[in-house]
Design a protein around this ligand. Structure first.
Ligand SMILES: *Cc1c(COP(=O)(O)O)cnc(C)c1O
Length: 485
């Protein structure tokens, strides 16, 4: 096992800063005083909080050690299906921290914010071109927020025609946020099943689509990592009843520059800039989930919108049919700068290539591990592939046991038990940024674990062996977090 990278590092123990402190230590030195000293008021110098006294070395080691308890895409492969944990080029960070951007206040008047307004204007154009849609709003702060925006747009569209609708079709392979966003907007989600090939059948949509139904939410590629090949036929069925088609485009990483969403009948699409367009994410940090729309929905987009007038960029709220404001100011602007930097530094050809490599890498893993692990749907996949623990169940080893063991081999576990339509699912998304060597190491590790499942199943049940924390009660960890060291 020592041959695998990331597995032999030291694991540091680290006490709380309060336990490390020693009276009289200090982490700073003040410059020589050049004014007379002056006694402070007792009420300021009295008993303050009991902060520990620490040296600079104490503090630096403390935080560096804590940071090493974490796994990140900068420390190793992170094949977390559906989350697109690709490596994020550091140039994006550099652009976002440019003082002209980082120091700009959102209340600056437009004539002092031409640079950032131009960037947002052009980013909308980039996203529209990449997706094959007509207009975009950068306001939504995450994928799920983009979905809510999409549902509000659906509602505004039908309301403008004098016929608001009450239901929405949501397939079982949609991301869990889809029915939640629809319900939050007041729609009743109508579930439909995917067929035995893992995709939607037009006849199943035709059966439930009626004049009370606002439309359908499809995730494409879907959460099984499969392309919804009937989406055009489905869009025709929905449009025939004046319904609209929403596409959850969080998986756009598989199809950039390849699928023209407008041409396949999509009316609204959200993107996850923090996934496909390369911003660090996870742990609830800021995200961005722009919505892209076809022409007929543009009047309803959120305000303010960036417009160009006489060679200047302005923020306009002059869109009377708009669904209104969805986020303070203009959204999470730092993520927008990173996405702009990513798109501009990649260029059209390389974005397409990134998608091709993401798909190639996932299919390579699928082909190499088939036979060892049960393949849920035996057909070419997009950017992720889904296995299950069916073959390992005879040794009473579960998906959870195996992915916990993967941590001992130096990899972040894949997504598990999702999508729900595959019992014991293991959903692997390598992304385009992993080299063949890294992917081969991952495959070797998965094979080694499958062998351990046969020969030493107890070992897997106790995994991970080398992690700082082993098997947490995940519910209690979320509900009653223990914040001590
Ligand atoms: C990640 C994801 C979402 C939700 O995005 P958030 O930014 O986490 O709200 C929605 N749909 C799919 C398919 C996703 O992968």
């Amino acid at each position: 096992m020592t041959d695998f990278p990331g597995t032999t590092g030291l694991i540091f123990n680290e006490p709380l800063l309060w336990e490390k402190g020693k009276k009289g230590r200090t982490g700073f030195s003040l410059p020589r005083r050049d004014v007379a000293s002056y006694p402070l008021d007792e009420s300021i110098t009295g008993d303050g909080p009991d902060f520990p006294d620490l040296s600079e070395v104490d503090v630096i080691r403390h935080y560096i050690r804590l940071s090493q308890w974490n796994f990140s895409v900068d420390s190793g492969m992170y094949p977390l299906g559906s989350c697109t944990m690709k490596y994020n080029p550091k140039t994006n960070e550099r652009q976002a921290s440019h003082p002209g951007f980082a120091g700009a206040h959102p209340l600056l008047p437009p004539h002092l914010s031409q640079g950032i307004l131009q960037l947002m204007f052009e980013l909308e154009k980039f996203l529209v071109e990449i997706t094959g849609m007509d207009a975009a709003s950068l306001q939504p702060a995450a994928g799920a927020h983009g979905e809510l925006a999409g549902m509000l747009l659906f509602h505004a569209y039908h309301k403008s025609k004098g016929t608001p609708r009450s239901k929405i079709i949501v397939p079982d392979t949609a991301h869990g946020t889809n029915p939640a966003s629809a319900a939050l907007c007041g729609y009743k989600p109508v579930p439909i099943k995917s067929n035995e090939q893992g995709v939607l059948a037009p006849k199943d949509v035709a059966q439930v689509m009626d004049e009370e139904t606002a439309g359908i939410m499809v995730t494409n590629p879907n959460t099984l990592g499969l392309f919804e090949e009937n989406v055009k036929a489905i869009a025709d069925i929905v449009h025939a009843k004046d319904g609209l088609v929403y596409c959850d485009g969080a998986n756009m990483n598989a199809v950039m520059g390849i699928v023209h969403m407008g041409d396949i009948g999509i009316d609204v699409l959200h993107l996850n800039l923090h996934k496909t367009f390369s911003s660090p994410h996870g742990g609830g940090g800021p995200g961005s989930g722009p919505v892209c729309v076809r022409n007929q929905l543009e009047p309803f987009l959120p305000v303010p919108r960036v417009i160009q007038k006489d060679g200047h960029y302005l923020l306009s709220i002059d869109f009377p049919q708009s669904i209104g404001k969805l986020h303070a100011f203009c959204g999470n602007v730092g993520v927008l700068i990173r996405a702009y930097s990513y798109v501009a530094s990649m260029g059209a050809e390389n974005l397409k290539k990134a998608s091709q490599l993401a798909v190639l890498n996932a299919n390579y893993i699928k082909e190499k591990l088939r036979g060892t692990f049960h393949l849920a749907y035996d057909r070419p996949c997009m950017h992720e592939c889904v296995f299950s623990d069916k073959y390992q169940q005879i040794h009473k080893v579960t998906t959870l046991d195996m992915v916990k063991r993967l941590m001992d081999y130096g990899f972040h576990p894949p997504t598990i038990y999702f999508p729900l339509v595959v019992p014991g699912a293991i959903m692997i998304e390598p992304t385009e940024t992993e080299s063949k060597e890294n992917i081969d190491l991952f495959i070797d590790s998965m094979n080694a674990i499958a062998n351990e499942a046969k020969e030493n199943p107890d070992l897997l049940r106790e995994a991970p062996k080398s992690a700082k924390r082993r098997r947490l009660d995940e519910t209690a960890a979320a509900r009653k977090p223990c914040l001590r060291g």
